[in-house]
Design a protein around this ligand. Structure first.
Ligand code: F0G
Length: 409
């Protein structure tokens, strides 16, 4: 593995149009035997840190990044605050992470980790900071994602920041307006396909990866960025008893679990949290299988929920999600659309936090369950992502008198 040359965005900004090449790639990680490897989560086979290997050549299983020399020394901001726990020391950043952890007024012992406060309004930014850095390191000029919208918005923004071109493959009619606007604004090439997210993803897997670097969550490097959520929760609250996460393509629940598991390995968390995965009732291939005690998901071809971000019938990371839930002693549950929309309103009105429907699914789950101890619900995306689900009532006012009468009601 050659030593990489990484452009630090901070340096580029500081020196204007003079671009300085900074050699500060993971010498500690790739330069010695204590370094970084890929390990198959199914058969345990290990491989070198190949940025273009996404499936185990031996059994086809999903891969996981193993960082051997890691230690706990948070410093600075963005996901790179945890550089000593990551496979790279530095890279592209927009100050992602450091999102608010707010004590909820909805229920005792409930905390909300508001990922809508990330630069593009969802948790995807944590993964894209690392993913886009890896894409550039892999020599790619282009990145590609299939998306229900948030991955597209984030990939578009981070690719722009890194000087890469982004292609986003979206299921026509299944993407919320705010996310489309973001992808367009940041200059991504938007390709709309018929069908659901699952079809868009299989097209990216079959064709996209030949032409551009894929940044969907089957890319294990991206999930390394997303695991930093666990580190932030740990820094503020220690190790909670439960983490409740909305589940769609099922990468994030595993990434967060991996973060906590690593804190456990370093002796920082004595007791690891239970991972609770929440799916929407009309798109619940994992929660249904879990309820019936099955070892495999109950995939569906026509997922249906108001929470378009998690309108997914065949989650690519299901094996990892099962690992997270089983290892942690957690569970999968489903909530229906009414519960999701009620939770969205309740969160907005009791806590002042605006979530898109998928983001509020974790709140719906936390409110429906009687979880013992301290619970952190991850609110994954901002309300502005999906403005069309919110009913807007206005009071027409024609005169000063009408205004005064309205204000005094
Ligand atoms: N919440 C939001 C707001 C999301 O956008 C997503 C996934 C999830 C939860 C589920 O996370 O897939 O890791 O289980 N959105 C993807 C996308 C699929 O394309 O933006 P997951």
């Amino acid at each position: 593995m050659r030593t990489a040359e990484i452009y630090s965005c901070r340096d580029i900004a500081r020196h204007g149009d003079k671009v300085y090449i900074v050699r500060r790639f993971v010498a500690y990680a790739f330069g010695d035997n204590n370094g970084v490897a890929l390990r198959c989560v199914a058969c345990g086979a290990e491989y070198g840190p190949d940025f273009r290997l996404f499936r185990c050549p031996r059994c086809g299983g999903l891969l996981d990044v193993v960082v051997r020399g890691k230690y706990w020394a948070p410093k600075g901001s963005g996901i790179w605050r945890y550089a000593t726990m990551l496979p790279m020391k530095t890279g592209v950043t927009m100050g992602e992470g450091r999102t608010p952890l707010v004590e909820s007024r909805l229920k005792g012992n409930l905390w909300v980790k508001f990922e809508g406060a990330n630069p593009t309004g969802s948790f995807k930014d944590r993964g894209m900071a690392l993913g886009v850095t890896v894409a550039r390191e892999a020599g790619a000029g282009k990145v590609v994602v299939a998306s229900t919208g948030n991955t597209a918005a984030s990939a578009a923004a981070y690719a722009a920041r890194a000087g890469l071109k982004a292609y986003v493959v979206l299921p026509r009619g299944n993407v919320a307006r705010g996310k489309l606007v973001q992808a367009a604004l940041h200059g991504a090439e938007i390709l709309a396909v018929e069908g659901y997210f699952d079809r868009a993803l299989s097209l990216v897997v079959d064709y996209g990866t030949k032409y551009a670097y894929p940044l969907n969550s089957f890319n294990p490097w991206r999930l390394e960025g997303q695991k930093t959520l666990a580190y932030e929760v740990y820094e503020e609250l220690g190790c909670p008893d439960n983490i409740v996460v909305p589940v769609g393509n099922a990468g994030n629940i595993y990434a967060i679990w991996k973060g906590f598991r690593e804190l456990g390995e370093l002796g920082l968390c004595a007791k690891l949290p239970r991972m609770v995965g929440v799916q929407a009732a009309g798109a619940a291939p994992l929660a249904r299988a879990w309820r019936e005690g099955l070892q495999n998901p109950l995939f569906l071809d026509s997922p249906n929920t108001v929470a378009s971000a998690i309108r997914i019938g065949r989650p690519v990371n299901w094996v990892k999600a099962f690992i997270a839930v089983r290892e942690s002693g957690g569970m999968f549950v489903e909530v229906d659309d009414t519960e999701i929309l009620r939770a969205q309103l309740a969160l907005a009105r009791a806590d002042g936090i605006g979530a898109e429907p998928a983001g509020a699914a974790s709140i719906a789950g936390a409110l429906a369950l009687d979880l013992p101890g301290v619970t952190v619900a991850v609110v994954t995306g901002h309300a502005l992502k999906d403005p069309d689900v919110v009913e807007v009532k206005t009071v027409p006012v024609a005169s000063q008198e009408e205004l005064i009468s309205a204000l005094s009601r």
